[in-house]
Design a binder for this molecule. Structure first.
Ligand SMILES: *Cc1c(COP(=O)(O)O)cnc(C)c1O
Length: 382
């Protein structure tokens, strides 16, 4: 019915309220629902199981990711944890070695206690992925672009491997958002987000979602969502419905600003390396052009040392030092001390997550202000 992405974002699941005509989906801030008589109700019994505001948001995000069903959770990690509950003791997962630190920590420090085993591989390396497959491999789990090294996974390639061994393919699509990348259309069975980031987009909520195109997975996720109970409150769902309406315009601006900043920084002598898939010099730029329709607002830069990272971040004014990303305001983060502390030093450094690495979440402020801010801060380290 709705064709274009922005139209879907604004209307899917968000038809005017039948009772009053309210154009915005009402916030059903309730825990329970009055029943007409025993065994007779309007389809709503208890708010862990059913909430109309949450249902509207779940339908919206499922539409945007081109799946058949969406499920909302209290955080991105709650979404990931709920997806992992599809597995059982004895199952094996092939995971990307370069991922959000919290995902790694969940797998390594908690889920291994429940009999799941994991092999971390370079998801750019087809042979390495194939070599990691075991008879009990049930899932291939990846993130693209990765946080913070901006490596890409060739989703069609990984999907072919997953299908050949009858394993599920799960993709964390937080960095690209469905505006730029739709993993289900490239073969993923499940796509998930920390909606705390671009979907929420205003740094005012913590939230997660999962979308699938399989009726079997959808039924099981629905059961897990209710039975394990990692649901969000209705207000967060309402905020997501509000935010998603501007996802298209926000992502366009994030990318436009990031592209200009990356081009400006690429040949700056203070920058030892820059990681942004929109640059033709990115080793996977061709793949980025094939499977993404835009490159997003995340850039990582190598400044050479901890001292330089400290001086650079201290002298930024428009960019705020903080964890998280994907909000309208520009943020800068030092992965080693902030988001990726739980990854062992050896592994971190092999991946390029060094003491001098700084990650920029480019916001949608005026480009000139962002440019001046970065150039001024760089003066202090050169
Ligand atoms: C932040 C983040 C998560 C975790 O999400 P929370 O909402 O913080 O629980 C997972 N994956 C990626 C890529 C992230 O950036």
């Amino acid at each position: 019915m709705y064709i274009g992405f922005a139209t879907k974002a604004i209307h899917a699941g968000q038809e005017p309220d039948e009772l009053t005509g309210a154009v915005t989906v009402p916030l059903y801030q309730t825990s329970t629902y009055a029943q007409d008589e025993i065994g007779k109700h309007k389809g709503f019994e208890y708010a862990r199981t059913q909430n109309p505001t949450r249902f509207a948001w779940e339908e919206n995000i499922a539409t945007l990711e081109e799946g058949i069903a969406g499920f909302a959770f209290g955080s991105g990690l709650a979404a990931i944890d709920s997806v992992m509950k599809l597995l059982k003791s004895g199952d094996h997962v092939v995971m990307a070695e370069d991922m959000y630190g919290g995902t790694f920590r969940l797998f390594d420090k908690i889920l291994t206690n429940f009999g799941l085993t994991f092999t971390a591989v370079d998801m750019r390396d087809e042979q390495a992925i194939k070599a990691a497959i075991q008879p009990n491999t049930k899932m291939l789990y990846t993130e693209t672009p990765t946080n913070p090294m901006m490596n890409l996974t060739d989703l069609r390639m990984v999907s072919a491997i997953a299908k050949s061994v009858n394993a599920w393919m799960v993709v964390d699509n937080t960095f690209a958002s469905p505006y730029f990348q739709k993993p289900i259309t490239l073969g993923a069975d499940m796509v998930l987000h920390s909606a705390t980031k671009y979907l929420g987009g205003h740094s005012d909520l913590v939230h997660g979602v999962v979308v699938t195109n399989s009726t079997e997975i959808a039924e099981r996720l629905k059961f897990i969502q209710n039975a394990a109970g990692a649901i969000p409150g209705p207000f967060e769902c309402w905020l997501c419905l509000r935010s998603i309406k501007t996802l298209a315009v926000r992502m366009k601006q994030h990318t436009e600003n990031a592209m200009k900043i990356a081009a400006m920084l690429e040949n700056n002598p203070a920058i030892k390396a820059i990681y942004y898939p929109g640059l033709p010099s990115h080793p996977q730029h061709e793949l980025a052009k094939q499977q993404m329709s835009g490159f997003g607002g995340m850039i990582s830069i190598e400044l050479g040392s901890l001292e330089k990272a400290v001086a650079f971040t201290k002298n930024l004014n428009v960019f705020t030092l903080g964890e998280s990303l994907g909000g309208v305001e520009s943020l800068v983060c030092h992965p080693v001390s902030m988001t990726h502390g739980s990854i062992p030093k050896e592994q971190r450094e092999r991946l390029g997550v060094t003491d001098g690495l700084v990650r920029l979440s480019v916001g949608i402020e005026d480009y000139e202000d962002l440019q001046d801010d970065i150039l001024n801060a760089l003066k202090h380290i050169s």
